[in-house]
Design a protein around this ligand. Structure first.
Ligand SMILES: Cc1ncc(COP(=O)(O)O)c(C=O)c1O
Length: 432
């Protein structure tokens, strides 16, 4: 059953004063001249775009037209240096080699072998400790003694706190004042000092960077640093080693700032270039898709927060440089599809993933259905399980919408006599 629907894709820049690019199909697939990467870091502020400025069907691979044309020379490390960094990484002092498990029920129903890279089983329940530990373990002793600082209300905070505990250094974790108690308490339990400040992540980050400067602490960024990227890249190394039963068609990776996918891509594309590396983003948090599409980093004017782990307005500079060269494209999925995948994972393994953790599974399903993929091996990185318990109710409700077993319909009813009767009469004619 191969369903090839002509994708509807449109890209426009609604912000006043922003440049309007030609429509997506019309951008020729011609690479920029070798060595000319000036367009990657345009001077001045980043272009502001809205997530809805690019629309396509779920499952359609929004292609990366620059893939394979060479990494720009203005980044920090070459791909070979990344490979060396990944191979020599110290993450296993703290992280597990997570299992690559076959999802047998999903494999049966999709007609492909679905492999799950279980990063949700790590200590602190996400992959984020890999990058944080890799960066921190490399810091010179004197720098560690001065302590580290980061800003995060999510998995990065826990990764940094646990790494600091293991390395015996002091960590300050800065979180917005809106952070739920359960999150900051769990970081505090790991021995870190929590500072609640600012109404948004940006304000918390500004405070953290300032304090890092004043106290000589090392700022540990969530994704945009070669050591963070290399730490996450150890997942790619493990997948290549663990996979059984024939070649892998594609690895699906959730994308926030791009550290995870950049790390996996930089390893896998070097060792097995034929394996597709496919990013997955929510429709309303598609900063990487739009950045690849415009061939420059863009800033989203708003971002959907349902999959909070990937709610990022601007992807990293170094992560974009790598993704532009190495990632095949990105698939977009809806909130309902993410919820349906959380349910699938529960039925398959009795584990509950957080929304960002289930993103790759949702993208893999949408892609396989869209392109009618059958009989291949595909891998989805289940990246985290830090689910806010109160969210479960919403997830269970939306899961049935995502599976198209239930639908949510909205209507306007004039506020006048007989409206409700007329509404009931109209609805009774439908089979709902
Ligand atoms: C569970 C989970 N999945 C995916 C991501 C995305 O990772 P990155 O920002 O490196 O793209 C994050 C980021 O924090 C995360 O917490």
């Amino acid at each position: 059953r191969c369903r090839r629907v002509r994708p509807f894709i449109e890209a426009a820049l609604p912000e006043s004063g922003a440049e309007v690019l030609p429509s997506f199909e019309k951008i020729p697939g011609i690479p920029p001249p070798v060595g000319d990467h000036s367009h990657l870091a345009p001077p001045g502020p980043l272009l502001k775009v809205s997530p809805s400025s690019l629309q396509c069907e779920s499952g359609y691979l929004v292609p990366n037209k620059n893939m394979g044309y060479g990494i720009s020379g203005d980044g920090t490390l070459s791909p070979m240096q990344y490979l060396t960094n990944i191979l020599g990484s110290k993450v296993y002092d703290l992280a597990y080699e997570s299992p690559l498990q076959l999802a047998s029920k999903l494999s049966g129903s999709w007609g492909v072998n679905v492999w799950l890279k279980r990063e949700d089983l790590q200590p602190v329940f996400s992959f984020k400790l890999r990058g944080a530990y890799n960066m921190m373990a490399k810091l010179p002793k004197e720098q560690l003694e001065r302590g580290v600082i980061c800003s995060s209300a999510g998995n990065h905070a826990q990764g940094v706190a646990l790494s600091a505990q293991r390395l015996g250094c002091h960590a300050v974790i800065v979180m917005p004042v809106t952070t739920p108690e359960i999150k900051w308490k769990s970081v505090e339990r790991l021995g870190a000092t929590v500072v609640l400040t600012g109404d948004s992540y940006d304000e918390a980050q500004a405070y953290a960077k300032n304090r890092a400067f004043e106290e000589g602490r090392t700022f540990i960024p969530p994704f945009d640093h070669p050591d963070i990227i290399a730490g996450q890249g150890t997942i790619g190394m493990e997948i290549v080693k663990q996979v059984k039963g024939g070649p892998v068609e594609a690895i699906f990776v959730p994308v926030g700032g791009g550290g995870l996918i950049a790390g996996i891509a930089v390893y896998v594309k070097r060792v097995c270039p034929e394996v597709k590396i496919i990013g997955v983003e929510p429709f309303d948090a598609n900063a990487m898709t739009l950045s690849l599409h415009h061939d420059r980093r863009v800033a989203l004017d708003n971002v959907g927060g349902f999959a909070d782990g990937v709610a990022v307005k601007v992807v990293g500079e170094e992560t974009f440089r790598l993704c532009r060269e190495l990632v095949d494209g990105v698939v977009l999925v809806s909130r309902d599809a993410i919820c349906a995948s959380i349910k699938d994972m529960f039925e398959e393994k009795r584990s509950i993933l957080e929304p960002a953790g289930a993103l790759a599974l949702a993208g893999a399903e949408a892609y396989c259905k869209y392109y009618g993929v059958k009989g291949k091996n595909i891998v989805a990185v289940t990246s985290g399980a830090n689910m806010n318990f109160d969210r479960l109710r919403l997830v269970t409700e939306l899961a049935n919408v995502g599976r198209r077993r239930e639908a949510v319909l909205a209507t306007y009813m004039p506020e006048e006599r007989g409206s409700f009767k007329r509404f009931c009469e109209l609805v009774s004619l439908l089979r709902i």
